[in-house]
Write a protein of this length. Structure first.
Ligand code: ARG
Ligand code: ZN
Length: 885
């Protein structure tokens, strides 16, 4: 057990900094066995601060070598060092602080601060990594103008990069060289970056709307030069889009991206020097799936968009993280929607929200979009802060309308350019620009938990009046037993026999924004409200939560016939998809009941016929059809069953039964869809092709579920594939549904073909982590000893270990608890080496209360075992202890 309990930080306790650092000059000397950092900090007392004249600088894992104020070395009694930082007892009003430190990047396995990935040096400073580089006011409200000098051996590290512009380069006599960078834009330390390595680049240019010529470069290892074009294209599209949609122009003459193999997250928006996990920037048709291409496009855009929403206007403190992340995720989601299929993107995002963020909101780590306290901020880079945060911004967009929202964002950027601000500042700018009162809406930032919206209806045929009664509630979450009603925009329509009906809300003018008048947004603000529609000539089916207009759970007692109607005829693509999902859930429920009662499962033909006709309708978007026919995952089904205690075996058996029934019932339609969805054009990651491949590969999967002989189709596709989407889809089908021998042969041949490409092999690892059968855990364990695995590389850990615990529900939840023990073992190994990754791996165990007690207790036992470790990292401590509370 830890001896001292780590302390939480509270939003309430925020204090402005007592000192500012106006200019920061850093000199790095990089060597193989150590690095020295000389920091010259031009400090100035904050005139508004009432604090005393001591100065505390954050610093961790640093070896202090020199310390001087205005050139005068400090005596030992003038300062004090702890494992958190450096306290200087007295400092003047204005002074130059010089600090020399020595660090060991080559031994830094946490991938935070300065570290080595393969042979290159790189940094990751968000949120609090800069303090592992030098003593500093490592907080986002201290913004400084950086000048950075990097010195290293020329042959090993020909490329030396930092933020801003290169202002000086020289070769030194001893085989070393030196480059100096200057970033004219003051920035917090978390946006600092440094890269040194033997890197190669592709280059392009962008002309901004204001006439600036920007040089764009993507730096990679030589072997990866052929995988950069898509990221470059995505970058240029993002730059254009941000000008067109937000009026935001790039503000320097260069923009660099660097690909790094060992990276804890997806990417980082360091000013003018974005650093990317190589899995989020490199791609090629031969090695990358459609989903991979889309990820690259979205993340390149996300990091680029941060240049305004994050860098030019940054966060005052880390409680405000969603200020930049929620807004930027909203921006990148809209960008992706504009580049591809809007409905499919919305469905994908809603799926993530519902299956993962809602679970977070209902679990022990639940927190508001703007958290009130944290022990380790790295644990709060969450789906709630990012994805729910984006939904909150989307709701503001819905409430204000596109034009007023744009005025709001213009005002926000104008008012706060160069500042470190709060979520409140964002909301106020939106209010000021639009005149819309967002007082009640602000609860979305402060209240955790997923609201439940319950809808009941009543149709008065004689009066032609249709009434919706809508109630809302929000379950208690840790520290928040009682919730106030939220302002919820509920987009809706009414479906009649011949299509969507015109809407006439009693006491309201027709909605001016929707030309066809068949869609409206109801504003829910009270625990219970009634909405009366007039001149409704037939009993309609309500089409609710169109476009997933709010991150809420919706409850309306649809009959299966009503769901079929919505699924086949509603105008709103999201509602159609959602109806298909709900229909599947209702059928799955029934199957579970049958299995529980010891009966043979029988699947409602209504569902099977609806699916078959969907599949046969070639007028529909194949991508949406595929999404509608994809069954909910076992882990999502377990979340839904949490209240009664999820039974993993029952869920698995029911889902298998439904999958088989759907496969066999529509076999000829699947075969037809498979055959007609061939893409003949050369591979391109464009919506039309992606849609065809997605339906074709889903069809292949169902065909293999229908009949063993269809594995032949998968084998043929595997052999003929010219792109990774089709190849990997075929391999997945063979490994999931083929015989042991078919599966082994295909997996071995894949490895032989791709062992030189680490990113491809990660996909191979991930695919195997989800393989069915009793032997799954043994396979995962043996893959951990495979030459292709490396515990230090987060992508590999995510692929194999998180892949197993998140996507292989039945085998992870083995009755003997061996799956849980395995996960805890890996967490223990990573606990001190890479606490961020160790902490993220914990996620499935935090759900222990959702399962039947036999499993729940075994899961809990592993959390307790971890809690008792002697050297528990703060990251793991926070999640483990909150999960056990
Ligand atoms: N700001 C980055 C992004 O959203 C994420 C960096 C998070 N890093 C971390 N260690 N928590 O693009
Ligand atoms: Zn971000």
């Amino acid at each position: 057990m830890r001896d001292a309990q780590p302390r939480a930080t509270f939003l309430q306790e925020y204090q402005p900094p007592a000192y500012f650092i106006e200019r920061t000059e850093l000199a790095f000397d990089l060597y193989e066995d150590y690095t020295t950092v000389l920091a010259n900090l031009h400090c100035l007392r904050n005139a508004d601060s009432t604090a005393d004249n001591s100065l505390f600088l954050h610093g961790e894992e640093l070896e202090l070598q020199s310390l001087a104020i205005d050139g005068r070395p400090l005596a030992e009694d003038e300062y004090q060092i702890s494992d958190k930082g450096l306290l200087i007892h007295r400092v003047p009003e204005q002074f130059e602080l010089s600090i020399g430190t020595r660090i060991l990047p080559q031994d830094n396995a946490s991938l935070e601060g300065l570290y080595k990935s393969n042979k290159m040096f790189c940094t990751q400073c968000e949120a609090e990594g800069f303090r592992k580089i030098t003593y500093y006011l490592d907080r986002p409200d201290v913004m400084s103008e950086f000048t950075v000098t990097i010195e290293a051996e020329q042959a090993r590290y020909p490329v030396l990069l930092s933020n801003g512009n290169a202002i000086h380069e020289e070769s030194l006599a001893n085989g070393r060289h030196r480059v100096r960078w200057h970033d004219p834009h003051p920035k917090p330390s978390y946006l600092f970056a440094l890269v040194a390595g033997d890197l190669h680049y592709i280059e392009d240019h962008f002309h901004t709307m204001g006439g600036r010529e920007v040089c764009l470069r993507i730096f990679v290892e030589a072997k990866d030069l052929g995988k950069c074009q898509h990221a470059m294209d995505s970058l240029k599209k993002s730059m254009r889009w941000d000008e067109e949609v937000y009026g935001r122009e790039y503000d320097l003459d260069i923009f660099n991206i660097v690909a790094v193999d060992d990276f804890n997250m997806g990417a980082m928006e360091n000013k003018s020097l974005n650093i990317f996990n190589s899995s989020c920037v490199l791609c090629s048709p031969e090695t990358t799936t459609d989903a991979g291409f889309q990820t690259v496009e979205a993340i390149v855009a996300h990091e680029y968009f941060h240049n305004w929403s994050g860098n030019r206007v940054t966060c005052r403190d880390w409680f405000q993280l969603s200020l930049k992340e929620g807004f930027t995720v909203f921006r990148d989601a809209e960008f992706s929607a504009d580049m591809g299929s809007r409905t499919v993107k919305r469905v994908a995002d809603a799926t993530v929200l519902r299956s993962h963020q809602f679970a977070e909101d209902a679990g022990p780590m639940a927190h508001p979009v703007r958290p009130e306290s944290f022990i380790e901020i790295s644990n709060f880079y969450t789906l709630t802060v990012y994805e729910k945060g984006a939904e909150v911004v989307r709701m503001i967009h819905t409430l204000l309308g596109a034009e007023a929202f744009r005025r709001g964002s213009d005002l926000y950027f104008e008012r706060h350019d160069g500042q470190a601000v709060t979520c409140e500042d964002f909301v106020r700018a939106m209010e000021d620009a639009s005149g819309v009162d967002l007082t009640q809406f602000r609860r979305w930032y402060s209240q955790a938990g997923t609201p439940l919206v319950t809808v009941r209806d009543d149709y008065d045929a004689e009066a032609e009046r249709y009434t919706l009664t809508v109630t809302q509630s929000c379950p208690p979450t840790p520290g928040q037993p009682h919730k106030e009603p939220m302002l919820i925009p509920l987009a809706m329509g009414l479906l009649g026999e011949a299509g969507n009906l015109p809407l006439k809300l009693a006491g309201q003018a027709p909605d001016a924004e929707t030309a066809d008048n068949t869609s409206t947004v109801l504003l829910l603000s009270e625990p219970e409200q009634h909405f009366v529609f007039e001149q409704v000539r037939e009993r309609p089916v309500p089409s609710l939560l169109r476009g997933f207009s709010a991150p809420v759970r919706l409850d309306y007692n649809y009959s299966r016939a009503e769901l079929c109607a919505l699924m086949s005829r509603d105008d709103d693509g999201f509602v159609r998809w959602d109806a298909a999902q709900q229909l599947a859930l209702s059928v799955l429920d029934e199957i579970q009941q049958q299995l529980t009662d010891g009966q043979e499962p029988s699947v409602d033909p209504l569902y099977l016929d609806a699916c078959a006709s969907l599949l046969a309708d070639t007028s529909l978007d194949p991508a949406l059809v595929a999404e509608m026919l994809r069954l909910p995952t076992e882990s999502y089904l377990a979340e839904l069953a949490a209240a009664e205690g999820a039974d993993v075996e029952l869920i698995h058996r029911a889902r298998e039964a439904l999958e088989t029934a759907l496969a066999q019932h529509a076999e000829s339609q699947w075969l037809d869809a498979y055959r007609r969805s061939v893409v003949n054009a050369p591979y391109a990651p464009v919506a039309e092709q992606i849609a065809a491949r997605s339906l074709r590969n889903l069809s292949l999967y169902y065909l293999a579920c229908a009949k063993a002989q269809h594995i032949g189709l998968a084998q043929a596709q595997y052999a003929a594939a010219t792109n990774m989407t089709d190849r990997l889809a075929a391999l997945r089908v063979i490994s999931q549904r083929g015989t042991q021998q078919q599966s082994d042969e295909a997996l071995d041949s894949f490895y032989r073909d791709w062992q030189h490409d680490s990113l491809v092999i990660n996909q191979w690892l991930q695919l195997q982590s989800a393989m069915p059968g009793e032997g799954a855990l043994a396979r995962v364990r043996s893959l951990m000893d495979h030459e292709a695995f490396d515990l230090r590389n987060p992508n590999k850990v995510r692929a194999l270990v998180a892949g197993f615990s998140n996507n292989n529900s039945l085998q992870f939840h083995r009755p003997d608890g061996a799956g849980y023990a395995f996960l805890a073992e890996v967490i223990e190994q990573l606990n001190t080496r890479n606490p961020q990754i160790a902490s993220r791996l914990l996620n499935p165990l935090t759900r222990w209360r959702n399962y039947r007690p036999d499993r729940g207790e075994l899961m809990k036992a592993q959390l307790e075992r971890l809690a008792a470790l002697p050297d528990l990292s703060v990251d793991v401590y926070e999640v483990v202890s909150k999960s056990l509370q």
